[in-house]
Design a protein around this ligand. Structure first.
Ligand code: ZN
Ligand code: MN
Length: 482
């Protein structure tokens, strides 16, 4: 499912992971004011009395943010329900109000699920609306607050609308954790709720990690790993943390419940604050905002505009082909599934269409490749009119200039070799290279392989790559058997 092999824990231990993903919504303005919601602006240019929390300022909730949050909730199969905004009190310089406006016991979305590419299902506990904090940068002392000479704070991000998606602790493998984030990102892109760029922080993943003996269903002490900024880091961070817990248990100790920071360069997690309980935040209902009560009609209207989601798009191929789930996932992820599906419906071989697209159409702009062109090209390859190499070349030209694959093939001089022409060529090569032929017919497996390469290479050179590799192998085999 992913590029790396599954990393196994030591025998007898099982991984228990739940993920909390903060997603910045792609609204034009912030959650409670009219300031621009932009990533690249100069520091402290997108600010106003509301988002820096000046006394007497009052929030007005952004209807588009609420709609985006509900759309994401429905895409995750959640119940979208009446919700209430709350104040989460804490003091930190990046939160000028000294509290974060969020949702607590009455979130917008609850009880959903997310299906991964291999059919595994991860429960979604809740998806709530909240505002983002500003950003502090510590100058000097290695960037850590304790040793810094001074700190800078940028409030552009303060008040940017977020949805926090909280999974249940259903994830048992590192590959599933990575697949969950990748699937959630695909859903965010498909619903256009967020641009979901981990590298710009518009999608931020925290991992709650614990371990337990295989066969047990207890939930042991977990640590929350923050500061993970790529899917690759997520895998490394979970593995490191799980092994750290197993080590502690092995030496008769136990992990403490705490927040930890992932240090990507050092490949380890370091302790942060010991985890607060909900009591520490003294949550209470936000008195300046009314509860949100979406009617059934509003939810039905959202459902009606949801796009076909990645899981359903992948499922459309399942019954029609035998390629791997990873190939289908790649084609869907790149948004090339409609092209593939239409080419298959136009009569092209499904497996060939999908593998050609995966391997030879990994480009940003494939708009010049028409359904008819792709279907015709794949059919030519299937019929043996073009070799694999020739098909790739025609496809490349189709993608860069458009056109008709038959005309392109003719223009490139790709006339199919008649197999009796090949026969004559092989006879000639055998006559010219008797020692090599002898090694091919009576040598050991290594010799045979080497000489097969030798003859194939000569034939390809003689035909300028136009011979079909499978036909060559077939002729060589037939002649060797006499
Ligand atoms: Zn503002
Ligand atoms: Mn949060």
């Amino acid at each position: 499912m992913t590029e790396t092999a599954e990393k196994a824990l030591p025998d007898g231990w099982e991984l228990v992971v739940g993920l909390e993903v903060h997603v910045e919504l792609a609204t034009v303005t912030k959650l409670f004011c009219g300031c621009a919601n932009e990533f690249t602006s100069d520091p402290n240019t997108n600010v106003c009395p509301v988002c820096v929390g000046l006394p007497g300022s009052l929030p007005v909730i952004n209807a588009a943010a609420v709609e985006f949050a509900m759309r994401l909730g429905r895409a995750l199969g959640c119940e979208v329900r009446p919700s209430v905004m709350a104040r989460k009190n804490y003091f930190y310089p990046d939160m000028a109000k000294d509290y974060q406006t969020t949702q607590y016991d009455q979130p917008t979305s609850i009880d959903g699920e997310l299906m991964l590419g291999d059919g595994a299902v991860v429960g979604i506990e809740r998806a709530h609306i909240e505002e983002d904090a500003g950003k502090t940068t510590h100058i000097g002392g290695g960037g850590r607050i304790n040793d810094a000479e001074y700190s800078l704070v940028d409030y552009n991000r303060a008040g940017v609308p977020l949805v926090e998606v909280v999974s249940r602790p259903d994830i048992r493998t590192i590959d599933h954790a990575k697949a969950y984030v990748s699937e959630l990102r695909d859903i965010l892109l498909a619903t256009e709720v967020s641009d979901a760029k981990m590298e710009e922080g518009s999608m931020r993943v925290d991992a709650n990690v614990s371990v337990r003996p295989v066969g047990s269903d207890e939930l042991r002490t977990r640590c929350e790993i923050k500061n993970i900024n790529s899917i690759r880091s997520l895998g490394r961070a979970i593995e490191y943390e799980a092994l750290r817990h197993i080590d502690l248990y092995g030496s008769g100790e136990a992990p403490r419940q705490e927040t930890r920071h992932w240090d990507e360069a050092g490949g380890r997690s370091t302790p942060g604050r010991s985890k607060e309980d909900a009591d520490d935040y003294r949550y209470f209902q936000e008195p300046d905002l009314v509860p949100l009560r979406p009617s059934a009609d509003v939810v039905a209207a959202i459902d009606a505009t949801l796009p076909v989601l990645p899981a359903a798009r992948r499922a459309r191929f399942a019954a029609r082909c035998t390629v791997s789930a990873a190939t289908i996932a790649t084609v869907v992820e790149r948004g090339q599934d409609n092209l593939a599906l239409a080419a298959i419906e136009a009569g092209a071989d499904a497996d060939k269409v999908l593998t050609r697209i995966e391997n030879d159409l990994a480009i940003d702009d494939w708009s010049l490749v028409s359904v008819e062109g792709l279907a015709a090209l794949i059919s030519m390859e299937t019929a043996g009119e073009l070799t694999a190499t020739q098909t790739k070349q025609v496809l490349a030209q189709l993608a860069s200039q458009g056109g008709d694959p038959k005309a392109i093939a003719t223009e490139l001089g790709f006339e199919a070799m008649e197999s009796d022409e090949l026969d004559v060529l092989v006879d000639q090569l055998v006559a010219d290279n008797p020692a090599e032929w002898d090694r091919f017919t009576s040598g050991d497996d290594g010799d045979r392989k080497k000489m097969q390469g030798f003859f194939t290479g000569r034939i390809m050179a003689a035909t300028r790559g136009q011979a079909d590799g499978r036909a060559v192998a077939e002729i060589l085999g037939r002649k060797a058997r006499g």
